[in-house]
Design a binder for this molecule. Structure first.
Ligand SMILES: Cc1cc2nc3c(=O)[nH]c(=O)nc-3n(C[C@H](O)[C@H](O)[C@H](O)COP(=O)(O)OP(=O)(O)OC[C@H]3O[C@@H](n4cnc5c(N)ncnc54)[C@H](O)[C@@H]3O)c2cc1C
Length: 404
């Protein structure tokens, strides 16, 4: 695609890494990066950790290229600009102000947006956490020493916000409709371990209950739960998952189904690739069509999608990684390489759950599919290869046993 025009929609992690890879691979044509946030690309993980806690300034989240400066990449950034439509036949992206951006190759990297709790938009004090601006607004409220913070939803964002708030000395209730925190990410057994971790740190953990409504005149004052409990609160943080940002692609002809549906090479249509939180694709390593909301995947998939665009349909390779994420909660680093499902076999192969320092394997259909570590980064890194190699469950347990 030498000399041809590439448009990247989404000026965040996947979009930026795609643009960087295009340059690294030698693409010398114009690259336009469109982003609806006003900020240059930045990292989101510190928004629920260091930046929220006030131990890192917002500027520290800036994303930098692996070598050189961002200017060296010669990207034409259109920040504060929304893509509102895609004309596949004319190979043109439509922008909010009426501008049209013709392209020869398109990277879709519009990520996802935090889901909101219905009926709360008019209430001050109710927050979601996806963007830097969300983080700064929440941080400002936490600095006001609220009496109690209610975190609704104990997925990774909710659990990290609860941990950060406890680190600031605030009273926290963590409310989850499922029986354990992080059930979708870690399954019921390890979710229960995470519930205990939060209880150890003084969080009021409320499981198996939903929110009926949030009461208040102008700002949130009380959270009413399905078990009849009423919690007095000053701040509510809603962490109930995300929705992939595909509205602007409705009617474009792309297949949209919980994300932009791609083939195994990240190709969504001729000359169009997708990457990061917005993309769904068949990952051959797991025989599964997946959409992955992890930092590592946004980087790897952004770069892979860029290579697919440059290679064309004949030369493109399958994207079949072992997904990997980490989460920092209190003084624990939780890492998962691979997948973890509710019905998987789970076996602790090193350390102990009681010490909150262990490795557990997840097994499915006779092979190891996930390696979870709590404060065991070296072992997660070592045993990740067992998932990559689709190692049989018994063999994986034997390998871990021999290393113990
Ligand atoms: C608070 C927080 C903490 C996290 N912590 C961790 C962690 O500890 N470990 C981990 O593995 N992962 C973590 N993640 C997940 C990780 O940050 C995401 O997986 C990653 O940001 C995804 O990158 P992306 O580029 O695909 O999407 P996004 O980062 O969502 O970026 C998409 C960009 O596109 C823009 N956009 C959307 N629609 C349009 C449009 N129509 N026109 C123009 N622009 C548009 C969006 O505004 C956004 O700027 C965290 C995420 C959050 C929010």
């Amino acid at each position: 695609m030498g000399g041809q025009r590439i448009v990247v929609v989404g000026a965040s992690l996947a979009g930026f890494r795609a643009a960087e890879e295009l340059r690294t691979a030698g693409h010398d044509g114009p690259i336009t990066v469109v982003g609806d946030e006003p900020h240059a690309p930045y990292e989101r993980p510190p928004l629920s950790k260091q930046v929220l806690a006030g131990t890192q300034p917002p500027a520290a989240t800036a994303i930098h290229p692996a070598t050189g400066s961002i200017d060296d990449l010669a990207l034409d950034f259109r920040l504060g600009a929304s893509a509102t439509g895609l004309d596949l036949a004319a190979r043109t992206v439509l922008l909010g102000g009426g501008d049209r951006l013709p392209y020869d190759g398109l990277v879709i990297a519009t990520g996802a947006s935090a889901r909101r709790l219905p009926g709360t938009d008019h209430l001050a004090g109710v927050h979601t956490l996806r963007t830097l601006d969300d983080c700064l607004a929440l941080r400002a409220e936490l600095e006001g020493a609220p009496r109690r913070v209610a975190v609704v939803g104990a997925g990774f964002i909710g659990a990290e916000v609860a941990a950060t708030c406890r680190g600031m000395g605030l009273d926290v209730s963590l409310i989850e409709a499922l029986p354990v925190p992080l059930e979708r990410g870690l399954g019921p057994q390890m979710g229960a371990v995470m519930a205990d971790l939060h209880r150890d740190h003084g969080v009021d953990v409320r499981l198996g209950v939903g929110v009926v409504r949030i009461d208040g005149e102008e700002r949130a004052e009380r959270v009413r739960l399905t078990d009849g409990t009423v919690l007095d609160v000053d701040v509510v943080v809603v962490g109930i998952g995300v929705t992939p940002n595909t509205d602007w692609l409705e009617g474009s002809g792309l297949t949209l189904d919980n994300g932009v549906v791609c083939d195994e090479t990240c190709l969504a249509a001729p000359g169009v690739v997708a990457a990061g939180d917005v993309a769904r694709w068949p990952n051959a390593t797991f025989d599964e069509v997946m959409r992955v909301e992890h930092w590592d995947n946004a980087i790897a998939m952004g770069a892979h999608a860029a290579r697919t665009l440059l290679a064309g349909p004949e030369g493109a390779e399958a994207f079949a990684p072992v997904p990997w994420f980490w989460s920092d909660q209190y003084d624990r680093k939780v890492q998962l390489a691979g997948r973890a499902g509710a019905d998987d076999d789970v076996e602790v192969v090193s350390g102990s759950v009681e010490e909150r320092r262990f490795v557990a394997f997840y097994g499915r259909s006779g092979r190891v599919v996930g390696v979870l570590g709590m404060n065991q980064p070296a072992k997660v890194a070592r045993w990740r290869s067992l998932v990559e190699q689709r190692t049989a469950w018994d063999d994986a347990l034997a390998i871990a046993g021999a290393a113990a």
